[in-house]
Design a protein around this ligand. Structure first.
Ligand code: IFM
Length: 457
């Protein structure tokens, strides 16, 4: 039997990722808290009031868990709605709590990565047009200055905006996130203002802390066109350009090309120190004008992937490689996998997903793509936006019951801890955690040493 270790580079960051609204509980008035109060928006009418109870102090025990997993990093976000509950009024107590949180991470040897906007913002901002309003760009810059001023001594890695194209399309094209609109025009305007917001935040952070490393987290989807390709391929190219590529290209070129919407944002060019990749799903693309809000996306019929929950795509871990390759090439910057995971309440898929994903990340590193870290989504089950606490969307390495607040480690938590502790993935781990899949996952070559996996992996 072959033994191997897929080694990761020295100083590689191993972490989990979370977001304020999904874990904190007891939220301040925001676009999301208002949205949750209305019927039909969230699974079983649930709210983020409980979540993982971090705001009442439970972050402390969860940071212990992250440290027990031998992680050396953690990505979390701050809630703009707590920090600036009224325009121009900043809440010192909220800022102090975030300072306590980054200090608590540092104390445990966890490098913080702080996201400034992860889908939520104050209700007053939303009532003023949210990201459709160009004034939000300056407001975001001011908010960024306040946060960075308070936390900058503890934080080097800043993520300005999480998944701008998910925020824009889910809220303004598909209507599944607040404010529930279905307008291409609003979608492109929001994306454009987020690009301006990112650029403004980038310069503000660098002015305050020139050594800071600033990036953003880009959600990428894998795409496959249905037969006949001649019909569906043009649709695939337009989805890929609109959703995956346009925003990222604008960070190099300063030109944003979203379908027919073309705008120059020259100040956005060169505003990245690193790029973040959030990767989950693969979709079929089918040219079908009857459902324009779907962006031609359909649930795929898995061949080499895993069937995801009904409303999402197929889970195809190996897709992470193509996105690393494209993002590193398009930006010329190092990359963090800022989110990657699988919804899987009984943990029957997660160990396999983790091994297949990390094997592909390692392969990208072997191809000299500068991947600097990996953040699993997520530490403990939390409030999954429109899906609320629906068990079908449990992404946690730990199960978490929002009512009792009891956490239970899943087996994949143990596996992730072993990988992070070893800074590598070994054939022994695969045999131990995935005995039934070992044959297929461990290449049978007759050398008793570290091996490079064949190209097809
Ligand atoms: O929970 C979300 C997160 O907030 C953004 N990226 C995708 C995750 C899983 O759906």
């Amino acid at each position: 039997m072959v033994d191997f270790t897929l080694h990761f580079p020295d100083n590689f960051l191993w972490g989990t990722a979370t977001a304020a609204h999904q874990v904190e509980g007891h939220p301040a008035d925001s676009n999301w808290s208002a949205w949750e109060g209305q019927p039909e928006h969230i699974y079983q009418g649930q709210t983020a009031d409980a979540a993982c109870d971090w705001w009442a102090g439970r972050y402390d025990e969860d940071f212990d868990r992250a440290a027990e997993l031998r992680n050396n990093a953690h990505r979390f976000s701050v809630a703009w709605s707590r920090i600036e509950p009224e325009p121009g009024h900043y809440d010192d107590a909220a800022l102090r709590q975030y300072v306590d949180m980054v200090a608590a991470l540092r104390k445990r040897g966890l490098e913080p990565m702080v996201t400034l906007h992860h889908f939520t913002h104050p209700l007053w901002l939303e009532q003023n047009g949210g990201w459709r309003n160009p004034e939000t760009v300056e407001r975001f810059e001011q908010f960024t200055r306040v946060v960075v001023d308070a936390l900058g001594d503890y934080v080097t890695l800043w993520c300005t905006i999480n998944e701008p194209m998910i925020f824009a399309t889910m809220g303004y094209l598909q209507g599944r996130f607040p404010p529930g609109k279905r307008s291409v025009r609003a979608t492109t305007r929001v994306a454009e203002n987020m690009l301006r917001g990112h650029a403004a935040a980038y310069y503000a952070i660098k002015e305050l802390f020139p050594q800071a490393q600033v990036g953003l987290a880009k959600h990428m989807i894998s795409l496959k066109s249905r037969f006949p390709q001649a019909v569906h391929e043009p649709a695939l190219r337009s989805v890929r350009q609109f959703f995956n590529r346009a925003f990222v290209e604008a960070l190099s070129t300063g030109s944003l090309r979203l379908g027919r919407h073309k705008v120059e944002v020259p100040q956005a060019a060169g505003t990245l120190d690193w790029i973040g990749l959030n990767y989950y799903y693969r979709f079929d693309v089918m040219f079908d004008l009857r459902r324009p809000g779907q962006m031609f996306l359909h649930q795929t019929r898995p061949r080499d992937g895993i069937l995801g929950p009904e409303s999402v795509g197929e889970i195809w871990p190996e897709g992470i490689f193509e996105h690393i390759k494209w993002l590193c090439t398009a930006t010329g910057k190092p990359l963090y996998v800022t989110e990657n995971g699988v919804p899987d309440p009984d943990d029957s898929l997660r160990p396999l997903h983790m091994v297949r994903s990390l094997r592909s990340v390692w392969r990208a590193i072997m191809h000299n793509y500068p991947v600097r870290g990996y953040f699993a989504w997520t530490l403990a089950d939390n409030f999954e936006w429109a899906e609320g606490y629906d068990p079908a969307f449990n992404f946690g390495l730990y199960a978490c019951d929002p009512e009792t607040q009891v956490r239970t480690p899943r087996r994949s938590a143990e596996l992730y801890g072993e990988i992070a502790g070893a800074n590598g993935l070994t054939s022994e781990m695969i045999r131990h955690y995935l005995p039934d899949r070992a044959e297929e996952l461990i290449p049978s070559v007759s050398v008793q040493q570290d091996v490079t996996l064949p190209q097809r992996y």
